[in-house]
Each structure stands twice: as structure tokens, then as C-alpha cells.
Design a protein around this ligand. Sequence first.
Ligand code: MIG
Length: 662
Amino acid sequence: MTEKYMFGRPFETDAVVVDVPEAQGALPYGSVSVTDGFCFTYRMGEDDIVYGLGEANRGINKRGFCYVSDCTDEPNHLEDLRSLYGAHNFLVVAGRETFGLFFDYPAAMTFDVGFTRTELLQVTCRRADLALFVLTGESPYDIVRQFRALIGRSYLAPKFAFGFGQSRWGYAAQEEVRGVAEQHRRHHVPLDMIYLDIDYMQDYKDFTISEKGFPDFSALVEEMKQQHVHLVPIIDAGVKVEKGYDVYEEGVENGYFCVRGDGSPFVGVVWPGETHFPDVLNPDARAWFGRNYRRLTEQGIEGFWNDMNEPAIFYTPEGIADAKEELSRFLAREIRGESLWGLKDRLAGLANRPEDYRSFFHRVNGQMVCHEDVHNLYGCYMTRAASEALEEIAPGKRFLLFSRSSYIGMHRYAGIWTGDNKSWWSHLLLNLKMLPSLNMCGFLYVGADLGGFGADTSRDLLLRWLALGVFTPLMRNHSAVGTREQEFYRFERVEDFRHVIGVRYRLLPYLYSEYMKAALGNDLYFKPLAFVYPEDEIAVHTEDQLMLGDEIMIAPVYTQNAIGRTVYLPEDMLFVKFLPDGEISRERLAPGLHFVRVAVNEVPLFIRSGRCIPLADIAESVDEIDTGSLQVLGFEGAEYLLYEDDGESTDCRLEGHCRIVR
Ligand code: MIG
């Protein structure tokens, strides 16, 4: 059951798709105070677990830390970081009392989950203007499923998007792109996508193509398609300020950009230099921005990734003016230790300054809305712009689309990638733990930069990370310019990469089928063990293993130098290992703790008691997977309900698309 409590005058975010009547009276759980902003307080039981918060730091159980929903471009995901790129204000308290909470509020919001005081859950924000949804149900899992129905069906990715994608910031010319495809095909390492980062654009101008790097873009797109490779360009939020650039001109002419208090377009400096931000909260501007994606779909493009849409700001002219003032004050006093810190802070604080977010406005239904009050919606609405336009450009066709910034509701339009992680072992584990939380908030098409974005990766880290990525719907190796090159062919013994990435394609019928079942059924693709084995205390507190669909459990190796790992089996399972020679080892293991050996070039998984999964033959692209000749792997006599469709159209239903394999 869901109850809705309204406070003040909430901004309509469109996160919730079901009409819920407004409840009267006191909240069934906790209490709210609106005397100084908004504050929800609940006294947790000692052993209560708190799930949710989607893209957030730390563990599956969010207890013991403080998180801030405030979409931020912060590439240093340190352990104490409170805000990442998304704002997913849904959580479930499970224990003495079990209930869910969704705070539909698009500005900064703090979740103190037993951080300041171990027993207190406190959710606070500046303005008491929000809708609070309270969900009750039989179990955390039940509540999550109800929540998913409340926020609407998750995005359906096209089937090719379940293949492997190679990316790197820096691919600036068609020869480089061809080179990536060529290496993959030559070494028989599967590939379905090559991502184009900002370097494909002319001077970082959205919807343009660098003429020097890509003299015949549509021919390249076609040539790649012949090799079953989709090119996936990036689109940034900021539109370059440049006379004669039509996107800029049209935006200014029609008032489609966010404005300062005086009505002039707001200027934020990002990759292209000075930019304006499309006012994606305004329906006309949103439709206009979206229509521009056609410039690329017309050239054969079928997928996009939306970046810098927190929106990220390197600095503003106002910020520079403030910093200059600080600098002259500093110089006037000559060099003094403590004043140097002030100056350093001022310069470091130029990016993503709260003052800047406070200084510009959206125009929604004739109202000026301060950006700060709706900050967390920007990436969501930019991506909605793309999705709505793509639906018009090619009705009924699925596009690959994912975004960096997001708010709940965006899960209906697209997926997300989890931004600028680092080539650190700890980020491999963070990736694993974040997955079920993202799913709870509706984001099913998700993945991290495999191998790590920032910093130099190592061969073993990349292989281990790929062995997790085999299971994430978005499987992409991406890295930052200036870091060690991390395509598979930069490393020794490419056959190990061929094998690990190849396992993805053998499992693809299962992974795709589970994805579609989860999306169409408002269910989870990744579940914490707690949702499946709620009576098993060890399972409930295990966070480094996940259930994937109804058949398997995954337990990736995430530590350096390990020859395997400890795994907890809540039930009898078949321990399966995909070995580098193409063989598959199977070993039935009893419930309990086991140490399992997993070499760096092996992919492990566990099949649940009495279950089986379909397995395809090796293929080098999704197109080439032969679904006619599936084997099954698992327990004797088990059956699997396989979902299959054309992989392209949005007309998806479970009925008529499922068949039993045994
Ligand atoms: O300021 O486009 O998260 O994936 O490679 C960095 C360059 C901008 C951030 C994205 C990253 C991408 C990078 N972008």
C-alpha cells in the first residue's frame, strides 16, 4: 500500500506515474517537522537494515553513513564522498517495522542514516515543499516491487546494447575507431559498440562532427554496422556559445536556454568554452533540444550517452570575478600562509559552485524556477528530451540511451553509467554493491566503467572487473584521456580477454531474458541475497555476492592477488566456472561457507538448486548469437523460461515471447 503526504507546494517532477490520493493525518512511521525546512525523523531498531538510495556510496545496507542527494560531477569517489551524480530518494527500512519512503523533492536532500546518532534516520532539506510516499508491504522486496509499479516501467534497451562496448576518451579520428573494431575482429574478441567521446565533435559542439577526424561520418557508421558494431556518440549538456552555430542561434532566438535573473542566457564554462544550458524543464525547449538528436540518427546512429548533465560547470564569469577579487586581496597582503588557503579554496571551488546554481532559472509553465530548487532534475530531463525525441524520430524503436546524472523517473527513459570511477580495487567492489540499489530505484540498464576511468589500470584488475561486467546490462570498458590505455590489446595474452568477454555472449540469452523479465515485471535484475533468503542471517548480511535473476548468484573476485574467494551458499548450488580453454567446470556445493578457486581468466557463477540457465555458443556480436541451438546448464531436470523478442521494437510483452528450454 502507498500513502502520499504533501508538504507545501511541491514541484511536479513526474517521478511517480500512479495517482495516489493524498493521505491525511500523522505519518504511520516517524515524524515530520517543518519549522526549519523539512525534517523527517525515525527511530530505527538496533538491527534494522536500510536499503535503497540508488547511486550512492558505500554498502547495500546504507546504515552508518550520511548521503546527500545533490547531483555532482565529482570524479574522486572516495569512501567519505556523500554525493554522486544521481539523486535517488527512495529507501526501505527493514526490521522492527518494515516500510518504504520516497521523498519526491528535486533539490539537495540529506539522508543521515544512523550516522550522527546510530539509531536515528533523519532526512532533511531546505524547503518543506515535497511529496512523501510511504509504502507498506510484507517484506522489503515486496515494498521495492510496489515502488517500481509506482514509478513506472523501466527503460528497455535494444538487444545489441547487451553486447560488449569499447570506449575511451580520446578517440578523435575514424582511423582510431576502425582500429578498435579491427583489433576486436582480428583477435575474435566480441564487440557490439564503440563509444565516441567528446573528441568526435567539432570544437565540442553538440550535434556536430569533427570534419577533420570524421570526414565521412555516415559512411563510417555504416561500415561499422556491416561489422555488427554500433557507434555511440556522447552528448554534453552545454551548448557552445558561438555566433553562426545553429543550435546556439536557435536556442537564443527562441529563449530555450536557462537564464539569469535579468533574463539573459546563463553562461557556464565547460568543454566547449562558454556554453548555455538548454532549459530542458521547459517542454518547448525540451522538444527542441531533443529534435537535434535527429542530426545523428539521420547518419545511422542508434545510441547515445548523455554527459555533464548535473549540469557540470567548470566555472562561470561570476566565479572568476570573485576569484580575482580574492587574488587581489591576497596580493595586497602579500603572501601569508593562511590567506593562501583561502585563495586555493576559492580557485578549487570555482567548479560546480552553489552560488552559480542559485543564479539561474528555468521557465516552467510561465514561472521562473530557480535552478537550485530543481537541480537534481536536470540530467533526468535532458535524457527525457532525448528519449521523447527518439520516440518521435523512430516510433516503436528501441535506442541505446544512458545518462550520467539522473533522478527517479529517468529510469523510464534510459539507463545510467556510474561515472568517473578509478582503476582501484575498491571501486570494483563499490560497483558490485551499488547494483541492487540502482535496480530498486528503477535503474536496470546500468554499468560502471570497467577497468576504471581515472588512474592507470592493471591487467589483473581489468580482467577481474570484466568478470563482473559480464553480468551488468551495460558492459563497457572506458577510460580517461591521459591514463594508461586499457583496450584489451594493450595487454599480454589477449586470449584471456577473448575468453572472459566471450562468456558474456554465451550467457547473453539468459541475461537479456532476465533483464526483460525484470523490466516488464517491475522486478529486480540484481537482488541482495537478503531478498531471496530473508530467514538466513548470514545471507541477509552478505553484500559481496548478488542474486541475478531467479537462477543464479554471482560472487566476483574483487581483491588483488587473490586466487579465489570465500563464498556463502544459502542453499545447494552448482558452482560453475567458465575455463579459459572453453570448457565449463561444474561442482555441486553444499550450503555454507566455501573457499572457491577462481583464476584471473575464469568467470564464476552459481546456479541455484533445481535451476538451470540457457547457454549459447560463442559469438562475436549479439547479431551472431544462435538462439536456435541453446544448451542448458544446471540441475538435472530443471527448466528455464526464456524470454525472446526481436530485440528492437518497444512492443514488448511477456505473453507470447516466452518458451521453455530444458
Ligand atoms: O569532464 O567527455 O564521465 O565518461 O569520458 C570530463 C569526457 C567529461 C566525463 C565523463 C567521462 C567522459 C569525460 N567526461
